[in-house]
Structures are given as structure tokens and as C-alpha cells.
Design a protein around this ligand. Structure first.
Ligand SMILES: *Cc1c(COP(=O)(O)O)cnc(C)c1O
Length: 380
């Protein structure tokens, strides 16, 4: 089965009871048994639920994995991965990491004696430099937020294998439509399904997909033992979202290309960060490992003026000023005062998060409306 077919049919079959094409929302916590232990594979919904199960099969299918797991949020999925580790273990992670992931690593897991190294990952030597016999996991996010840097998953995977270290990739920004980390050698792929997989800004959810049976069993054990599962209603919504992932992503990419080109030509704009632009420092590797370049884009206005950038954001009418990304509607954000406000100015400016940086999640509206909205906001 090819990718677009998998989004609709991957791991799915009509429901056994009445042949319903979509799985019913099994809104139940428990299941009747005929005799103790006599059940149809379902005992309690923290452990298994048929609607969640259908979604987990879909996750596995679209990521080309054998096993899928669904969680109550993206962070709950990351939390389950870190629970594979033990005190004294070390993790190497990208330095421009999603803020919530950074907070989980440093504020929760450092307390339990897990050590995190944060480094740039554009050069493989930077990662190799951090590896010690205690390193158990490399955590990659690509493209990164909000600078859209690209990390070479295949190259990191070769390094991880050489040192027998697990490689996990946060694939939230790219989605499996654009990039499939398991095929590139990662052991674990993770999603905030809140974003593109759900796609409609109406659910918070997380996902993992893996190939190795032993690793999958350990993660299923953690999922059940720690209990951060998602409910059947949300599972249904994300399963429905995935069925249009490919057509939405096509439009997200197409609109982003047009917005990137529009901003590049605009006299009020200084820099545009989108991996599809030949001027992007990682354009070459992005072209090799991604099918297209995604729906996330950042830019700076001329003069690096905080208030000017805020004015642009306030004037936008179709773009909504909001956190999050990956929905059908276009969103705009100001990393310096929103997602990255907790990072000291000197630190964030080193990675490019300056006062005039604006991040856009390009939706699937008509491109002429999006360009007109940006034009009036920049020129008012
Ligand atoms: C949103 C996000 C997360 C966290 O996911 P939640 O569903 O909000 O818990 C992790 N990584 C990336 C890249 C994200 O965008």
C-alpha cells in the first residue's frame, strides 16, 4: 500500500459487529467477562480500547512501523520514552528543542538523575562529542522550532547504531507524509498528534511508532503502568484527521512555498526561514530526506524592532495569533514573547529567536487571501 492509501486504510478493517466503516467510539471503561479471564481481548480501557487500538494501527501504518501507541498528549508520549531509562543514563538532544520537551527533560527527569546534553546537531561531530558509555538515547527534532533547522536523520542513526544508542525522532513538524524516520534508521518516532495528524485544532494527543517487538513491549508496559492514555472520542477524531493528512499536507506545502516567495520579495521583510528555499542553510539535506518542505515558516521584519513585529501580528485578520500549529487554519506567533519567552534573551538570540521573528503555521485557505492578509499587516 502506498502512503496516501495508508492514511485511509492502513491497519483498518470494517467493525466486526455491524460492518461500520469507521470504528465506533467505544466509550467504555470496562468489558463483560463470561468467566474470570473469559473476554474478547479487552478487559479495561487503560490497557486496551478498540477505538484507540484502531488509531494505534493507523499510527504504525503511516510511519511504516510495526507497532503504534497513543497517549493523552505529545508530552505524555515523550514521557513514556524517557521512562525506558534509568538513573545515571544520559540523553543527547537538539539545543533548539520544543519548549515543553526541554521543560520535561530538565525540570522533571534531571531530578531522577538522568542527564541531558543539549547540542546543535547540524554537524555529526557535535553529537559524537557528547557520547559517553552512559549515553542511552539521542533525541532529535527536525525541522526544529521556530528556526526550521534540518537534522540529517540517516547520519545520526549511523552514529547511534555505532554506539548502540537508541534514536528517537520527534516527527511533529514534518509528519510521515514528508519524512519517515523509521525508514531512515530511527528506533522510535514520536508525534504531537495535536498538530498535523489531528489537523483540526480540536484534540490534544501524542503518538509513538516503533518496529522492534521488545521495544514495543516495554513501551506498552509503560503506557499501561503509567496510564497516560487518550480517550476513545479523541482517538476517533485523530483517526478521522489522518484520513485527510496527505491532501492537507499537499496544500500546507503549496501555500507555504507561495508565502515564502511572497515574503522573500517584500521590502519590509529581512529574513525568511523555510527549508524549501535554496537560501536555507540545510536546503540540501531537507531535499534528500523530505518529500516537500512543510507548512511551518518563520521570518523577521526589517530593523529587528519588537514593537513593529507585534504590530504586524496584531493587524493580521485571517492568521490567528495563537500558540500551536498544524491545523487547517493559519496561525501566527511571536516566539520571543510566547513559546520562547522563558529562554534568556542572549540564549535565544544565539539560535536566531530575535525580537522581530514571526512564526507562521500556514493553513489550507486560499493563497490569495493569505498573501493579502500578510501584505496589509506589513504595509499598514
Ligand atoms: C506541540 C509539540 C509537542 C508537545 O505535544 P503536546 O501534544 O502539546 O503535548 C512536542 N513536540 C513538538 C515539536 C510540538 O510541536
Amino acid at each position: 500500500m502506498k502512503f496516501n492509501t495508508k492514511t485511509i486504510h492502513g491497519g483498518q478493517s470494517p467493525d466486526k459487529a455491524y460492518g461500520s466503516v469507521m470504528p465506533p467510539i467505544y466509550q467504555t471503561s470496562t468489558y463483560a467477562q463470561t468467566t474470570p479471564g473469559g473476554h474478547k481481548g479487552y478487559e479495561y480501557s487503560r490497557t486496551h480500547n478498540p477505538t484507540r487500538g484502531a488509531l494505534e494501527k493507523s499510527f504504525a501504518s503511516i510511519e511504516n512501523g510495526h507497532y503504534g501507541l497513543a497517549f493523552g498528549s505529545g508530552l505524555a508520549a515523550i514521557d513514556a520514552v524517557i521512562k525506558l531509562l534509568e538513573p545515571g543514563d544520559e540523553v543527547i538532544s537538539t539545543n533548539d528543542l520544543y519548549g515543553g520537551t526541554y521543560r520535561l527533560f530538565t525540570k522533571i527527569y534531571e531530578k531522577f538523575q538522568i542527564k541531558f546534553h543539549f547540542t546543535g546537531m547540524q554537524e555529526i561531530q557535535q553529537i559524537e562529542h557528547c557520547i559517553s558509555p552512559k549515553t542511552k538515547l539521542i533525541w532529535v527534532e527536525t525541522p526544529t522550532n521556530p528556526m526550521l533547522n534540518i537534522i540529517d536523520i540517516k547520519a545520526v542513526s549511523a552514529l547511534a547504531k555505532k554506539h548502540s544508542v537508541l534514536l528517537a525522532v520527534d516527527n511533529t513538524f514534518a509528519t510521515p507524509y514528508l519524512q519517515r524516520p523509521l525508514d531512515l534508521g530511527a528506533d522510535i518516532v514520536m508525534h504531537s498528534a495535536t498538530k498535523y495528524l489531528g489537523g483540526h485544532s480540536d484534540v490534544v494527543m501524542g503518538a509513538l511508532a516503533v518496529n522492534d517487538k521488545t521495544l514495543a513491549d516495554r513501551l506498552y508496559f509503560i503506557q499501561n503502568a503509567s496510564g497516560a492514555v487518550c480517550g476513545p472520542q479523541d482517538s476517533f477524531l485523530v483517526l478521522r484527521g489522518i484520513k485527510t493528512l496527505h491532501v492537507r499536507m499537499q496544500r500546507h506545502c503549496e501555500n507555504s512555498r507561495a508565502v515564502a516567495n511572497f515574503l522573500m520579495m517584500h521590502p519590509m521583510v529581512e529574513n525568511v526561514y523555510w527549508p524549501g528555499l535554496p537560501s536555507h542553510p540545510n536546503h540540501q539535506i531537507a531535499s534528500e530526506q523530505m518529500e516537500d518542505f512543510g507548512g511551518m515558516l518563520s521570518f523577521t521584519t526589517k530593523g529587528n524592532n519588537y514593537h513593529k513585529a507585534l504590530k504586524v501580528l496584531e493587524r493580521l485578520k485571517i492568521f490567528t495569533l495563537a500558540e500551536s500549529l498544524g491545523g487547517v487554519e493559519s496561525l501566527a506567533g511571536h516566539p520571543a514573547s510566547m513559546t520562547h519567552a522563558s529562554i534568556p534573551r542572549a540564549e535565544r538570540e544565539k539560535t536566531g529567536v530575535v525580537d522581530s521573528l514571526i512564526r507562521l503555521s500556514i493553513g489550507i485557505e486560499d493563497i490569495e487571501d493569505l498573501k493579502a492578509d500578510l501584505k496589509q499587516a506589513l504595509e499598514a
